[in-house]
Design a protein around this ligand. Sequence first.
Ligand SMILES: [Ca+2]
Ligand SMILES: [Ca+2]
Ligand SMILES: [Ca+2]
Length: 390
Amino acid sequence: MMKTRHKLSALAVAMLLGGATAFAQYCTPVYTTGTSDNDRIDGVVLGDISNTASGGEITDIGYSDYTDLSTDLSNGATYTLSVTNGPSWSTTITAWIDFNQDEVFDTDEVLGNLSLSAAATGDITFTVPVTALAGETRMRVRGVYPSGLGTPLDPCSSQTYGEAEDYTVNLSGPLENNLTVTGIPAPASGADLGTVNVTVSIWNSGANDASGFTISYNVDGGLITSEVYGGTLAAGESVDFTFGDDFTFSYYGCYDFLAWIDWADDSFDGDDSYSKTVCNAGPVTGTGAWYVNSNTTGEPWGSTSNTDAMDAVFGAGGWSMEHYETADPFVLFSSENCFVFLEGSDAHANELETFLDANMTTIESWVSGGGRLLLNAAPNEGDGMSFGFD
Ligand SMILES: [Ca+2]
Ligand SMILES: [Ca+2]
Ligand SMILES: [Ca+2]
C-alpha cells in the first residue's frame, strides 16, 4: 500500500505541474493603497471599448478586470487609445497588448506611455504589428502616482497609489500578402565613399510567398532607380537586394536615401518604405580641438581638470570650448577639427545623450574621416547612459 500511495502522489505532483504550465496566468499588478485616495484610471477608450467614468478598483486593491469588454483590431492598422486620469492626482500611464499571447507584457509590446495631470485625458497612437498572432489577447493599462515616473512602468510590480485595468482585444492575425522594407544596409556613412553598391533589406511579413514586386530607391528626392525582383521571396523570409546600378557620391556631405517596394498584392502600405541619411565625409585635414560640455552647471564636479588636461595637450589658447545647447555640429565635426572631447559626467549626462542621439550620423561620418573622438560619461542623471553607436 505504501508503494502504491507513493506512486499516486508522484503522479498528482506531475499533474499539478502540468496544469500550472498549461494554465499560466497574467501577473496581477500589486498596489498597497490602490484607488482609495482617488488615484485611479477613469476612462479607457479604444475601438468598441468605451469604459468611461469607471471609478476605482473593482477586482482587487488597485486592480480592475474588465476582460469582459473587448474590441477587434486589425494587424497593420493604426489606432488611438485614449486614457482619462482620475480627478485628484497626477499619474504615469503605460499600456500594453500581449501581441504574442505568451501572457507576459514585454517591453516590445508597450503601446505607449503618458504623463497626465489630474482629470486629464491623453492619447496613445500605436500600430498593431503585422505579425501579431490572431485571436483574443489582453490589453493592460496601468497608472501609478505621480506623473513623470520612468517609463515604461513595470506591468506587475508593487506600487502604492494607482490602478491597472485589463481588457480583451481580438486580433485579425497576420496579413495574407505583405512586404516590409526593413533597412538600407548599404551604403553606410564613411570617408571618400566614391561609387558604392545600394542594398535594401526586404522582409516577407505576410502569410503567402511574394514575387513580381518592384524595388526602388532615390537620393535627395532625385532620379528613381527601380528593379523587378526576379525570384520568389517565401513567407517569413528576408532578402538583402543589391541593385545592379551603383551610386556615386559626387560631393562631401550628407545624403537622404529613400527605398521602397511596389507590389499590387501588398495589403499594408505603412511599412513599404525606409529612409536613411548617409554622410560622405571629407578626410580630416585641420588641427582644431574642442572640449564640449553642458552650459547648465559649469564644469563637472566643479573641477577644472578637463580644461587643465586640454591645456596640457593643446596649450592654453590652442583649443576651444563649446556647449551641447549651443554647438553647431557641422562646425564641430568638420574637416577643420581633428579632436573633439564630449564630456557627460556629473550633471552633463542627459545633455550628452541628447546631443549624441541628434548627431549620431554626423559624428560617425567625421570619425570615419579620421576625426578623434573622446567620450567620457558617468550617468549621474537620467536613466543610465547609452552611447548609441553601432
Ligand atoms: Ca477605473
Ligand atoms: Ca507577450
Ligand atoms: Ca507592406
